[in-house]
Design a protein around this ligand. Structure first.
Ligand code: AKB
Length: 320
């Protein structure tokens, strides 16, 4: 990777991945692509940014040519819960955007990283120890677009030799940019509410286990996979990766160790609950470990200490 374009650089993953890539590959070599929300702060000041709407192939091609881009991180997406109320937008951004990236990549010789998700599972998938290769018949627009994206990316690799790679991210927990419209967002919101109000209303019921990961592991995964020796990759789109699996009771108990008067009640949101019930409880990520050395570094206790420290500091400074 020499010259990199991030599409969706102001989102939850993009805002942190862009800065990490700039540290590793040089600030001027990493272009922050945005659609409607302008990058700000360090993201804006530390390197070039360009308007790149994933649904506009010409915009992607122009930026790829201008900066001689060799790697595209295609992060534009509508998350699972919002996707259920905006199916056409979810499809147009998820698949229209991916097709545009793949076509530009085919013409200009770029590699393409596109996140898939635990949302690519459902409809008969074994939910415990979910295998790398298994039934994928999701019943959400998000999931349908993620499976389609995996197939399209493999197709462009096999048919045209485009270097496409991808991971199936679990819920990602972070403290820089909030996620929006996802089913796993509760596992981020709970930390903010614990610090700000010492109480949280959980939209998923107790016993709903889901795979999760702290942002530093998610970023390392994307970079390590894109740097992996292609000769070792038997799979490409997409690798199961996970770092931890918990339900609302377990994360609540972990936070309570730090904030003993923190309380949690439940108000189940049916759309999110139905989605969560169709997703793996815990994936088997041994294939990623074998083929490119994936290994998470953060578990629930370490992540919780760090999340509460960082969010607590922001709260004390009046930033949230
Ligand atoms: C969502 O909840 O939609 C996402 C995901 C797991 O892909 N965070």
């Amino acid at each position: 990777m020499k010259n990199i374009l991030i599409i969706g650089s102001v989102g939850q993953i993009g805002s942190e991945l862009t800065l990490e890539l700039r540290k590793n590959y040089g600030s001027n070599n990493v272009v922050a692509g945005y659609r409607s929300t302008l990058p700000k702060g360090e993201l804006l000041e530390s390197g070039p940014s360009e308007r790149v709407d994933a649904t506009d192939i010409q915009q992607i091609a122009d930026v790829v040519k201008k900066y001689r881009i060799d790697t595209i991180f295609n992060l534009a997406a509508i998350l699972s819960a919002v996707g259920e109320s905006k199916p056409l937008t979810a499809w147009n951004i998820g698949i229209g955007g991916l097709m545009n990236c793949l076509e530009v990549a085919r013409e200009h010789g770029c590699a393409v990283f596109t996140p898939s998700s635990i949302g690519a599972f459902g409809g008969g998938t074994p939910l415990d120890n979910t295998p790398q290769d298994t039934i994928q018949r999701p019943q959400t627009m998000y999931g349908v677009s993620k499976v389609s994206g995996e197939l399209l990316s493999d197709y462009y690799h096999k048919r045209f030799g485009v270097d496409t790679r991808s991971v199936r991210y679990p819920g990602i927990i972070s403290n820089v940019t909030l996620p929006g419209g996802g089913t796993t967002d509760y596992a981020v919101e709970i930390y903010y509410e614990a610090i700000k109000n010492k109480k949280f209303t959980c939209p998923l019921k107790a016993g709903t286990f889901l795979d999760m990961m702290y942002m530093p592991d998610a970023i390392r995964a994307a970079i390590d996979l894109m740097e992996a020796d292609p000769a070792r990759l038997k799979h490409r789109n997409s690798f199961n990766i996970t770092a931890m699996s918990f339900d609302p009771e377990i994360i609540y108990a972990e936070i309570k160790k730090h904030i003993p008067d923190f309380t949690m009640t439940y108000q189940v949101e049916p759309v999110k609950q139905a989605i969560a019930d169709s997703w793996p409880n815990k994936m088997d990520d041994s294939c990623a470990r074998r083929e490119w050395g994936w290994k998470p570094e953060w578990d629930l206790p370490a992540m919780t200490s760090d999340m509460l420290k960082v969010i607590g500091e922001k709260y004390a400074k009046g930033l949230i």
